[in-house]
Design a protein around this ligand. Structure first.
Ligand SMILES: Nc1ncnc2c1ncn2[C@@H]1O[C@H](COP(=O)(O)OP(=O)(O)O)[C@@H](O)[C@H]1O
Ligand SMILES: [Mg+2]
Length: 246
């Protein structure tokens, strides 16, 4: 379980807040979606979970442990992270990209390659075809799949995904969403998923946290947000989903 208690982040001693006084609970096995417009603090929250960013205030607990007291590197490696915009290393082939963290941990070359092959299968890419290619030789959708494979390399209990399908066309995005649902059910991973797309949030999220200007507007299932929106912002967001499905 992940718990945030009154978490804030400011870069200018409280003049502006990227994230302000957020409290959340994320249960094991669920897909927790953070939704909000650009600049609303979604990436900041995600990065605070694995200590890429340290909060200015508040506490974060993972499985009952305050993350301030955990080893930063170990924490980071225990959580899968799919970056906004994929972020594959252009000078490394796909196998090297996926297994980089294993190699940093001194794993042997053959082991790295075998694990990369296994993970490519997991994300529906034929290992024989992709292991030795470079990122520039892959389509956007394929790169995104490799990004997911790389995040799974340490069999993480938690998977953090920052707008992973944001740059894809509708067909690729739909396919990857379906695959993610299957993957989650098979691996029983807890996923924190950032998006600005309410239809994606509806499809994937057991719980949806709506962010606006660094503040949490509401958290609940899509049905809860629909039946009982806490304010006009949430109401409009839900209505935009309902209209685009007509
Ligand atoms: N290093 C930084 N210094 C100052 N402000 C920052 C920094 N990083 C992010 N911000 C600000 O924090 C706010 C939230 O950013 P972010 O979490 O990236 O938003 P989102 O992911 O929802 O688009 C934005 O206003 C952004 O400009
Ligand atoms: Mg972001």
């Amino acid at each position: 379980m992940i718990e945030l208690i009154n978490v804030s982040k400011t870069y200018d001693n409280g003049l502006n807040y990227s994230v302000r006084d957020i409290s959340l609970q994320l249960a094991d096995g669920e897909t927790f979606v953070l939704i909000g417009s650009s600049g609303s603090g979604k990436t900041t929250i995600l990065k605070m979970l694995n200590r890429l960013i340290s909060p200015s205030g508040g506490e974060i607990y993972i499985d009952g442990k305050n993350i301030r007291e955990l080893d930063k590197v170990k924490l980071r490696r225990s959580m899968g992270y799919v970056f906004q915009g994929v972020g594959l290393f252009p000078n490394m082939n796909i196998s090297e990209n996926i297994s980089l963290i294993m190699k940093l941990g001194d794993a042997k070359k053959k082991l790295c390659r075998d694990k990369s092959a296994e993970l490519l299968e997991t994300v529906n890419l034929e290992p024989g075809k992709y292991l030795d290619r470079f990122p520039c030789e892959l389509s956007g959708g394929e790169q995104q799949r490799v990004g997911v494979a790389r995040a799974l390399v340490n069999n993480p209990k938690y998977l953090l995904m920052d707008e992973p399908f944001g740059a894809l066309d509708a067909i690729n995005r739909d396919a990857l969403q379906e695959e993610l649902i299957r993957l989650r059910d098979r691996l029983n991973t807890t996923i924190v998923f950032v998006t600005h797309d309410i239809l994606e949030a509806k499809k994937l999220g057991d719980q949806i946290a709506v962010m606006h200007s660094g503040e949490l507007m509401q958290v609940g299932s899509f049905d809860e947000l629909s039946t009982c929106p806490s304010n006009n912002f949430v109401k409009r967001l839900i209505e935009s989903a309902q209209q685009s499905q007509l």
